[in-house]
Design a protein around this ligand. Structure first.
Ligand code: AMP
Length: 191
């Protein structure tokens, strides 16, 4: 059975950090749409040039582009036993299209884990990350915008997913290893 884990949460919740650890432990592919887009921007590809200004101002990139990207990643990696989706889906439309895509492949979402972190902690973490990684979208103004986008477009997805049998909540505050243990427990729990 194909394992499809959706790691859900606001920017700064620690999805990227934990997704890397999960992918390593279970031998799954980590798919970060943010990383894919950043690579396109830094290589100045036609796609990168198209999405650069949205990304740098903290706006979401169009659903159409993201859906195309996700479909091509899934199709290219069909032999892998699982995927950790980090940063996708981010809108109801993306979630609906993901369901259709997975259905076409004979797959389905096995787990959706919502990583919960309060807003003050998120801003604090994002500002620290700005210093450490120099991400262009981690300035205070852009962070605010990304959180607005999260509340407006992404948070409503919780309603879309909360009745899914694989839905779980995990507290994302504490040390990285402790949170990782909680995530593994949620991944391995019976449905
Ligand atoms: P992230 O690294 O996941 O925070 O993503 C960085 C930026 O990439 C976001 O602020 C968006 O501009 C863009 N992005 C990444 N994933 C998506 C998505 N699923 N839908 C729309 N835009 C996205």
């Amino acid at each position: 059975m194909m394992n499809i884990l959706v790691l859900f949460g606001p920017p700064g919740a620690g999805k990227g950090t934990q997704a890397v650890k999960i992918a390593e432990k279970y031998g799954w592919k980590h798919v970060s749409t943010g990383d894919i887009l950043r690579a396109e921007v830094s290589q100045a590809t036609p796609l990168g040039l198209k999405v650069k200004s949205s990304m740098e101002s903290g706006q979401l990139v169009s659903d159409e582009l993201l859906i195309q990207i996700m479909e091509s990643v899934l199709l290219k990696n069909k032999e892998i036993p699982g995927f950790v989706l980090d940063g996708f889906p981010r809108t109801i439309n993306q979630a609906q299209e993901l369901d259709k895509m997975l259905q076409r492949l004979g797959w389905g979402i096995s787990r959706i884990i919502s990583l919960n972190v309060n807003e003050d902690e998120l801003v604090k973490r994002l500002l620290i990350r700005a210093k450490e990684q120099g991400r262009k979208d981690d300035t205070e103004e852009v962070i605010k915008n990304r959180l607005v986008q999260y509340h407006q477009f992404t948070k409503p997805l919780l309603d879309y997913y909360k009745n899914h049998p694989g839905f779980r909540d995990v507290i994302g505050v504490g040390d990285i290893e402790g949170i990782f243990k909680l995530l593994c427990k949620a991944i391995e729990a019976e449905k």
